[in-house]
Design a protein around this ligand. Structure first.
Ligand SMILES: Nc1ncnc2c1ncn2[C@@H]1O[C@H](COP(=O)(O)OP(=O)(O)OP(=O)(O)O)[C@@H](O)[C@H]1O
Length: 223
């Protein structure tokens, strides 16, 4: 999946991407890093097809119906129960599926019959994430999935995302958090200066910047 030499101007005339080229690796967790406002969400919108990408230099991405996209936020009606919300999402792809509580991850079994209105913000997002992961798609997009979550829920979220890649699915996610990032099966892309300033593994990024932590490495890449 490749974006080849993509330039893009915002409606107000600002150049957001200038000859941007990016390769996303299949079967991996591709992590898009970059400061606020650099264009990560805009790029995900193009990849998802939410912003029209026909005739643009996006090569090898699945069509929209084969992509699951978790945007920021987690809207759902308060009266829905967790299990019903997940069933609804499962049924989008598998109308005949009889999804049971026993098929939920351990972290959600206890709240399966809770109403959405009684969940915390983090729990709501974990439920939506599970629904997205249950969809049978080729490409999964997550926009800052763990932002604002406590460490325990953030770890559960990353575990679920890593499991997708372990099954051979391709994931593209954005994040501002470095603590819980997986180290294996990861492809990093740093968006800076209107293009992709670095791609590679976390170890390669640290070696290239001569740093000991991913956070320090990223700060050097982005400076
Ligand atoms: N439809 C639009 N019209 C005008 N400006 C827009 C539009 N959509 C996005 N922008 C601008 O494009 C820039 C990139 O926004 P985007 O949300 O893609 O950044 P981001 O890297 O995801 O940021 P963050 O990390 O804060 O979520 C911002 O300056 C934003 O204000």
């Amino acid at each position: 999946m490749r974006i080849q030499d993509f330039s893009y101007q915002l409606p107000d005339g600002r150049v957001l991407f200038d000859h941007l080229t990016a390769d996303f690796e299949p079967g991996k967790v591709n992590i898009l890093l970059g400061v606020n406002g650099v264009g990560k969400t805009t790029l995900l919108d193009f990849i998802a097809g939410v912003s029209e990408r026909q005739d643009l230099p996006f090569e090898g991405f699945p069509e929209m119906s084969r992509i699951a996209y978790q945007m920021q936020g987690a809207p759902f009606t308060g009266s829905a129960k967790v299990i019903d919300a997940i069933r609804m999402m499962v049924n989008l792809d598998r109308p005949a599926a009889n999804f049971e509580v026993s098929q939920l991850p351990e972290s959600l079994k206890d709240i399966a019959n809770s109403h959405f209105r009684d969940l915390s913000g983090g729990q709501r997002r974990l439920v939506i994430l599970e629904g997205i992961c249950q969809l049978q798609r080729d490409l999964y997009l997550f926009d800052e999935p763990e932002s604002g979550l406590d460490v325990k829920i953030a770890v559960q979220m990353m575990t679920r995302i890593k499991a997708l890649a372990a099954k051979g699915k391709t994931v593209i996610m954005t994040t501002h958090q470095f603590r819980n990032l997986p180290e294996d099966n990861v492809h990093l892309l740093v968006l800076a200066g209107k293009c992709i300033a670095f791609t590679g593994t976390p170890a390669e990024l640290m070696a290239e910047t001569n740093t000991q932590s991913l956070e320090d490495a990223y700060l050097k890449t982005d400076s």
